[in-house]
Ligand binder design. Structure first.
Ligand SMILES: [Zn+2]
Ligand SMILES: [Zn+2]
Length: 366
């Protein structure tokens, strides 16, 4: 196996259970057949990590004790796949489909019955499983910094969401929620030529939405009153051509439905807690031909599209990844996310000295 000089142990953030993350010294993983060991340059925080942190586990994705973090980029430190020699800069999706099940066969790999997930990015090194190396690991183009490339996974979800909703030039689109995914959806709609309205209660998030090209921002939570005001602003007061729910709460799913015009589409994009329910007047679907859809996850194709969008700056990653912190800060960063503040995404930078904090282009120096 080709390796560079590797230490025996490394620093990693280990999830032990509910709201229990510890920074520990653990063995450096050893890559098996077809696998890679990657030296992490940047690992990004994600709403899914916060959910996992609060709950203490994720049935399909992570069972503690385990190193978590799933949005990352870095360089190959040990390789069992000749296509990715030591030193190659790579980014990968957090999952890969099996290629053999009925959903893979009908071209819906995001619904694969056997999606293989990976975690472990909040560490100095991460092991990439063979199936992900084979199907969803990409070489980072020269000149594209790791902290930007690490945005590939969430962006690939947004790419799929906007494609699924078939957003077209000139359409008026409402994006409910301006967290990381709401911002990425807004950006993809802007790139599709739509006139985007972003709705969020936090002014800092709306500033990011404007940076990404949202034509209108509305600082409010989605209530029936807000909905009336928003709808009154649309053509003939009929509603938006397309609406995205990017929060993942039962109330906002239900609140999104009245905001679309007859013949329009609603992408209920945010994942709700199990058991959440949507109530829709059948008249909206039948007499008004409203299309309800929901997009889940990403596909190997949208992962590749996402990297192209980041590489040519059509999606300016630093509008989302706004600060860099050392690995040891992860427990504190998760507390900040829990409190509802903080940057849309924070890059955990294993090479940043403890106690340091960087923002903007400085993030790219580590
Ligand atoms: Zn994520
Ligand atoms: Zn499959």
């Amino acid at each position: 196996m080709a390796t560079s000089q590797l230490p025996a142990t490394m620093r990693a953030c280990v999830l032990h259970g509910r709201e229990d993350v510890r920074v520990e010294e653990v063995p450096v993983p050893v890559p098996g057949e077809g696998e890679l060991l990657v030296r992490v340059r940047a690992a990004l925080t994600c709403g899914t990590d916060l959910k996992v942190f609060l709950r203490g586990y994720h049935a399909r994705m992570i069972v503690p004790p385990a190193v978590f973090g799933h949005e990352w980029a870095g360089e190959v430190a040990a390789s069992r796949d000749a296509r990715f020699p030591v030193g190659t800069r790579v980014v990968a999706a957090n999952s890969a489909p099996c290629g053999a099940c009925v959903f893979c066969e009908i071209g819906k790999p995001n619904l694969c019955r056997d999606l293989l997930f990976m975690n472990g990015a909040y560490a100095e090194y991460v092991r990439v499983p063979a199936r992900i190396v084979a199907k969803n690991c990409l070489r980072i183009p020269d000149g594209v910094p790791a902290a930007k490339a690490a945005l590939v996974e969430p962006l690939a979800c947004a790419v799929k969401g906007v494609e699924d909703a078939r957003v077209a030039a000139g359409e008026r689109v409402l994006v409910i929620g301006a967290g990381p995914l709401g911002l990425l959806l807004a950006r993809m709609c802007v790139l599709a030529g739509a006139e985007v309205t972003s709705l969020d209660a936090q002014p800092a998030r709306l500033a990011a939405a404007r940076e990404l090209g949202a034509a209108h921002t509305v600082e409010a939570a989605l209530t029936p009153e807000t909905a009336d005001v928003l709808k009154a602003r649309t053509a003939h007061g009929l509603g938006f051509d397309c609406v995205f729910e990017a929060i993942g709460r039962q109330e906002t799913w239900n609140g999104a439905v009245p905001l679309v015009r007859p013949g329009g589409r609603i992408n209920l994009f945010g994942g709700c807690p199990n058991g959440s329910e949507l109530r829709v007047d059948t008249a909206r679907l039948h007499y008004e031909e409203v299309t309800l859809l929901a997009s889940f996850h990403h596909t190997p194709r949208t992962i590749r599209t996402a990297l192209e969008l980041i590489a040519d700056e059509r999606v300016p990653a630093l509008a989302i990844v706004r600060e860099g912190r050392p690995l040891a800060d992860l427990p504190r960063v998760l507390e900040e996310l829990k409190a509802g503040g903080g940057a849309p995404k924070t890059a955990l930078l294993p090479h940043l000295p403890d106690g340091a904090r960087v923002s903007g282009a400085e993030i790219l120096d580590y």
